[in-house]
Ligand binder design. Structure first.
Ligand code: C5P
Ligand code: C5P
Ligand code: ZN
Length: 471
């Protein structure tokens, strides 16, 4: 048996054991993350337990804090199911009956529970890193949660689309402009269940609601010369191709265009983009949820994930969960959250640019948003800035924001840097622990909380680590 199939059989066996633990639990506490992947994971876990007729409650967390560890260790439920979180804190869990379906870099102090008879089986740890699978690109928290759900009952295949929402919410399709690995296998299950449709198209945001000009003008990732942030340039392009911007007085959206219109605009755009890498980012797979109409704002998987982020990152994860459970009475609240999120992101980006807050050091760039950007959103802003074409892509970006318990730091890097050896998860964990904080995540995107006043010292350490990793 080769290494890949050995890993997959081990994963299957571990999933079976964890499924047994869920089936035999009387009542369950679900703990999950507040981002799109975390809420989608919560949706999969909740639906699974509902269908089993189990009693459960669900808690949404920004991160695993000491309080969360205490709540997990003390909970009265006989099983705690931790989704999209938990792997980095395995050695802190001191109780029986824990299932973790996560994809973050695992706690190096935890040895798979096999060190003593007593430990064995205490934690069912289901994480791609344990099976030679990438937790950044090949499967997310909702994906791992879905694999367990499907093992519990194959009928739960109708939840596969939520795993796709989680993967796209975590930007796992960004590297190849399509889903790969286990994500692709799950996507194929969602397609055969009739829940997801896959197309090749321009990968910009807002195909369902932005008027055509805005769709191109605000696309920005990747930027297109003469088009991005250039309304007249976009107008000229559509005029030149003879494509009407309105129909019956109403602005047309990208989804309204006929196939041949899309092809002619796409070809023109691709000819304007300089290099192959950017062309690949612009045009690739897009995923649509078949059950929703455009007017719900949930049809495009990216938009669905944004709705979940707009809820969870602003203390309203419950609305996101209701959306995942198909409760359309939550749409109005979700729409309000999404509109607030859009405003917050756009004012955050203007704030950084207008106040010229972005500073460069030799190996890193950073900004300190203080109280102006929510700590739960500062990472999204850092990622958008990095991809906007307005900042130096050769340096990783570190973003600081005020938090209740210190200073939140979010880090993002380009794929080119991680290919050269950069590992933001290691850097954020190491540097934050040296200054008395904690952190972790993925090579390409990671976060930390550090004590207030330690920002400069933290940056010095980060800079040393970055320079030592990049070859
Ligand atoms: O906590 P979790 O793993 O679910 O979140 C992953 C985070 O990494 C998301 O915030 C996502 O936006 C970010 N990410 C990124 N760039 C990538 C991959 C992921 O900013 N290429
Ligand atoms: O918060 P932010 O979007 O910057 O998080 C980026 C990634 O780092 C996410 O996967 C998040 O779960 C992870 N993270 C972490 N520990 C922290 C903060 C963030 O593992 N203290
Ligand atoms: Zn995740």
């Amino acid at each position: 048996m080769d290494a890949d199939s050995a890993n997959m059989s081990r994963l299957t066996a571990d999933l079976e054991r964890a499924a047994g633990a869920v089936r035999s639990a009387e009542n369950v506490l679900i703990i999950t993350h507040i981002d799109a992947d975390g809420i989608a994971s919560g949706g999969v876990a909740s639906a699974t337990l509902d269908r089993l007729g189990k009693r459960y409650r669900i808690l949404f967390e920004k991160k695993i804090s000491e309080d969360t560890v205490a709540a997990i260790n003390r909970s009265a439920e006989d099983l705690v199911w931790i989704c999209d979180l938990g792997s980095a804190y395995l050695s802190e869990f001191k109780r029986h009956g824990i299932v973790v379906t996560d994809h973050h870099v695992p706690d190096p102090k935890w040895k798979g529970g096999q060190t003593s008879i007593d430990d064995f089986g205490r934690i069912h740890h289901l994480n791609p890193h344990e099976y030679g699978v990438s937790g950044s690109y090949e499967i997310c928290g909702a994906g791992m949660t879905y694999l367990l759900s499907k093992t519990i009952d194959p009928k739960n295949r109708d939840l596969a689309y939520l795993a796709i929402v989680g993967a796209v919410g975590d930007l796992q399709d960004n590297r190849e402009s399509k889903l790969i690995g286990l994500n692709r296998m799950i996507m194929e299950e969602a397609v055969s269940a009739g829940d997801i449709a896959v197309d090749n198209d321009i990968r910009y945001f807002g195909r369902d609601y932005r008027p055509l000009i805005q769709f191109l003008q605000y696309g920005n990732d990747p930027p297109i010369p003469g088009i991005s942030d250039n309304g007249p340039g976009c107008n000229a392009l559509f005029a030149d191709l003879g494509i009407p911007l309105r129909k019956g007085g109403e602005p047309r959206t990208w989804r309204d265009l006929a196939a041949e219109e899309k092809i002619s605009v796409s070809e023109r755009l691709l000819s304007l983009v300089g290099d192959d890498d950017l062309r690949k980012r612009l045009f690739g797979e897009i995923y649509t949820i078949t059950r929703y109409d455009s007017c719900t704002g949930l049809k495009d998987v990216k938009e669905f994930a944004t709705v979940l982020n707009s809820c969870g990152r602003y203390d309203d994860a419950e609305t996101g969960l209701r959306i995942c459970m198909g409760d359309m009475t939550a749409l109005e609240d979700a729409e309000r959250n999404r509109s607030d999120h859009r405003k917050h992101i756009s004012s955050a980006i203007s704030y950084i640019k207008e106040n010229r807050l972005l500073r460069e050091r030799r190996f890193v760039q950073y900004f300190d948003a203080g109280p102006e950007i929510k700590e739960t959103v500062v990472g999204i802003v850092a990622g958008m800035l990095l991809n906007s074409g307005d900042v130096n892509k050769v340096l990783p970006i570190f973003a600081f924001a005020e938090a209740d318990d210190g200073v939140k730091v979010s880090a993002r890097a380009s794929r080119a840097l991680t290919d050269r050896g950069l590992d933001l998860s290691f850097i954020m964990k190491t540097a934050s622990e040296i200054v008395g904080g904690y952190g972790g995540g993925h090579k390409v995107a990671a976060g930390a909380t550090i004590p207030t006043g330690k920002e400069e010292e933290f940056l010095d350490i980060v800079e040393d680590l970055v320079s030592s990793q990049i070859i």
